[in-house]
Design a binder for this molecule. Structure first.
Ligand SMILES: Nc1ncnc2c1ncn2[C@@H]1O[C@H](COP(=O)(O)OP(=O)(O)OP(=O)(O)O)[C@@H](O)[C@H]1O
Ligand SMILES: O=P(O)(O)OC[C@H]1O[C@H](OP(=O)(O)OP(=O)(O)O)[C@H](O)[C@@H]1O
Ligand SMILES: O=C(O)c1cccnc1
Length: 493
């Protein structure tokens, strides 16, 4: 994928918060730029009060890191920045350092389409402190949004119970890149196509659509409009029936469907975009069945989300295909995932890794120190529990206790003897070089389906979902507790 080149025509190195650059300068000035560090990217709460989250956006991260280079124009801009007293913000020697800098980090990440949970790292970056620091903002920008939208799409698709969901979000999305990234993430999460033609071209997502009310309104009658559309697209007719009177619209669609049939073509269906969707879809279904069009599909749209779709399913609405825009691509009820990127270890002068912890009044905000891996235990394809542990620790099969990172009274014992295990963090970059082959978007989508299939419906329900067990392996838990107490004592002294 070449999103950076196609969309921005240049470097994205300045797509970061200013404070990342001032810290980078200060790291460089104090001789710490090349000290080795580890940062983890994780979130603290599943979005939409749900029971899971679906990871997406890694391909953008890979592209960002591959192109992580300050170009001449970036450096010229930085060199023009001034302090309040008029002196340059950044010394020339520092800008030369940035000019020569090559991305050299190790990066591990969960693959796109993986079901993930609070506190587990989605990305782990190990490398020179200055580089790791600069990646904080862009990585969060990319992964927070795409992961959020993929999760929303998974929820909407779950509510649709296997029916196709068409993503119609472009006109209401958060700008150009918001729309493109949302179409991509939605497809990964479960939608079957997008109306956004550019997303189709850039990402290889199927593109589909019907027509608008303006088409009908531009003719002197609805019937005439349907006929003209059928002439232009005899293979692809989905007639929008609610411009004037929905029931009459269905009658007109049937009439044009019969004309098409005389020419050996079948109308694909109708779309209803207003009114009581259960009521009108049920009447439309009966009318089309009666008229000999039992295979004609009914598409519904109009401010749909997972909750309205669930309600329409309960009402036994005769809807086959769901067109969803605004509430999907804007993640309407929760506009940000809230993932964070935290330092978790630094290498000391003796070359040993020192775990780092940030102490907080709120236990949910205390990070997990050290360098981690997450293992997912499953049996017969069903996920049982995830354990976050210190990377490198030998995981012999046997009894483990996993401890909730926020509430240590919540513990679960697992015997891993007969369980399958999957290590969720996969190597992506080694010393700045990509060693991961990105699957194409259709494989990512399949991976999402496989992942979602590992989890029970109790974790997927929208109201009070059952909490999937994710915990710290005991020695990691002990390390964290010990460090928190140590830091508190240290601060007190
Ligand atoms: N049977 C139904 N059960 C639950 N929600 C529904 C049902 N039918 C429609 N809705 C939803 O109700 C919301 C508002 O629909 P409503 O009929 O009030 O206005 P509208 O159809 O948008 O009106 P307009 O004609 O201005 O487009 C939409 O989000 C729609 O998806
Ligand atoms: O409702 P969404 O989930 O965002 O789906 C996209 C909406 O966009 C179109 O409406 P349009 O822009 O013509 O506006 P209107 O139908 O609300 O008048 C379409 O008819 C859908 O209603
Ligand atoms: O193709 C459609 O029906 C469509 C596309 C965008 C927005 N609303 C509907």
């Amino acid at each position: 994928m070449k999103i950076t080149k196609d969309l921005y025509q240049g470097s994205l190195a300045l797509l970061t918060d200013f404070y990342q650059l001032t810290m980078a300068y200060a790291y460089w000035k104090s001789g710490k730029a090349e000290e080795e560090a580890v940062f983890n990217l994780f979130f603290r709460k599943n979005p939409f009060q749900g029971g899971y989250t679906l990871a997406a956006g890694l391909d953008y991260v890979i592209d960002y890191c591959k192109n992580f280079k300050f170009d001449t124009e970036d450096l010229a801009y930085l060199s023009s920045m001034k302090n309040t007293d008029g002196s340059p913000t950044f010394e020339n020697d520092f800008l030369d350092y940035l000019k020569e800098m090559e991305f050299s980090c190790d990066l591990e990440a969960v693959e796109e389409g993986t079901v993930v949970f609070p506190h587990m790292p989605l990305v782990k970056v190990k490398g020179p402190l200055l580089q790791c620091q600069l990646l904080e903002t862009p990585l969060l920008n990319i992964l927070n949004f795409q992961t959020l939208i993929a999760t929303k799409a998974a929820r909407i698709s779950y509510a649709a119970q296997g029916d196709s969901v068409l993503e119609f979000g472009l006109r209401r999305a958060q700008g150009i890149d918001g729309a493109l990234a949302a179409s991509r993430a939605s497809y990964i999460g479960g939608t079957s196509s997008t109306s956004n033609v550019m997303a189709g071209k850039l990402f290889g997502i199927p593109v589909s659509g019907t027509h608008a009310h303006s088409w009908i309104m531009s003719f002197s009658s609805e019937l005439e409009a349907f006929k003209a559309y059928a002439d232009a697209f005899p293979e692809k007719c989905i007639f929008l029936v609610d411009t004037y009177d929905t029931i009459n619209g269905v009658k007109n669609a049937i009439e044009v469907g019969k004309l098409l049939r005389e020419k050996g073509k079948e109308m694909v269906g109708i779309r209803i975009d207003s009114g009581d969707l259960a009521y009108y879809s049920t009447i439309a279904r009966a009318m089309m069945d009666e008229a000999g069009f039992p295979n004609a599909k009914i598409v519904a749209s109009n401010d749909l989300d997972e909750h309205i779709i669930t309600s329409l399913k309960i009402q036994e609405a005769s809807i086959d295909i769901w067109g969803v825009g605004t509430k999907l691509v804007t993640a309407y009820d929760q506009p940000a995932l809230g993932a964070v990127y935290k330092l978790s270890a630094v290498k000391n002068r003796e070359g040993e890794w020192e775990p780092k912890v940030k102490v907080s009044q709120q236990s949910i905000k205390i990070n997990i120190p050290g360098i981690h891996q997450t293992v997912r235990y499953s049996k017969n394809g069903k996920a049982i529990a995830d354990m976050i542990y210190l990377d490198g620790k030998a995981l012999d099969d046997g009894q483990y206790t996993i401890i909730d990172p926020v509430d240590p009274t919540k513990r679960k014992k697992i015997n891993t003897l007969d369980l399958d295990k999957e290590f969720l963090l996969k190597p992506i970059f080694r010393k700045g070089k990509v060693i991961y082959v990105s699957p194409d978007i259709h494989h990512i989508k399949k991976n999402a389906q496989r992942n979602l299939g590992q989890f029970d419906k109790a974790h997927k329900r929208f109201v009070n979902p059952h909490i999937y067990p994710v915990g710290l392996e005991e020695s990691l838990y002990d390390l964290r507790t010990e460090l928190v107490f140590k830091m508190k004592d240290y601060e007190r002294e």
